[in-house]
Ligand binder design. Sequence first.
Ligand code: PHE
Length: 354
Amino acid sequence: MSDLDNQVREVKSSFDRAAGSTTTTDGLQELKVRYLGKKGALTVLLKSLKDLSPEERPLAGEVLNTLRDELERKIENKKQALTRAEDAAAEAMEKIDVTLPPRGRPAGAFHPVAQTMHEIVSIMQGLGYSVALGPEIEEDHYNFECLNMPSWHPARDMQDTFYLSNPEDAGSGSLLLRTHTSPVQIRSMLRYGAPLRIVCPGKVYRRDNDPTHSPMFNQLEGLLIEENVSFSILKGSLVELMNGFFGRELKNRFRASYFPFTEPSMELDIECVDCGGKNPGCRVCKGTGWLEVCGLGMVHPFVVRSGGIDPEKYNGFAFGMGLDRMAMLKYGINDLRYLFNGNVSYFLSGRNVS
Ligand code: PHE
């Protein structure tokens, strides 16, 4: 075997070995220079052709050209394979895995007072009532005067109150945070006339602050104005409301009471939803067996007239209840402050919230 054949075989096998251990396109570029570059192994052989005799030269030239083609082809193939692998690796690095499950948010829920409000409003809507709203910053005129509570009236003391202007300065036009939802009675009568059936939920404000009273709390007012309204309709409506809200038939009693804007006035007690009157040590009813839930009465003719309606033709009834208290009774919340301090964990800690 000729010297050239040996050299060709030598170059081929050392190239194959070097190519086999090349793993990057940069490495491949170096390999190309080492074999096919100006001082490369193959170039050196090609240069040595000139030392051969003219007879030997063509054959040797053909052998070396074939070798060059082979090396170029191998380099090109390898280059394609390495480029593909490098592209794939780069793509994998940049890829965003859209199949990653989302972190999720806990499902929200209504505040217990809002839920209570929705439940009561929906029962009252079933009895033909619409929802009416009024401002929380109210005029003395609507909050007190129109409701038969002139400035000297002692019943004001029970609700006194956050004034936004000096009541003595501005008379009945002075502003205050409403102490109850009853001014919405007047505003609604003036706006819609009779007949009228409305419920008015909303925030009210009084100067109280202890474990069972908050300076802001929620009330729901009811008002019905029609012809020949009897007290029995009022009783029936409220019993329907209480039994519907608590989901069972509860004993009830109507006790005589006093409000300047109703005559006669009553308070509604229901049987204790916690002990049913059976536990003398019950903390919810304080052992009395009864819970006071609602003030009510037949609307005073003065109030009907303040609402722009003829009290000779129309009469009706009104009631007002504390939504916070209703929520506490239904959901077994034992401190009013849990409703306002934003401590959600209290409501998630396995209490019997239906
Ligand atoms: N406004 C009364 C209060 O806040 C409740 C009430 C409303 C009583 C309607 C009778 C009729 O105490």
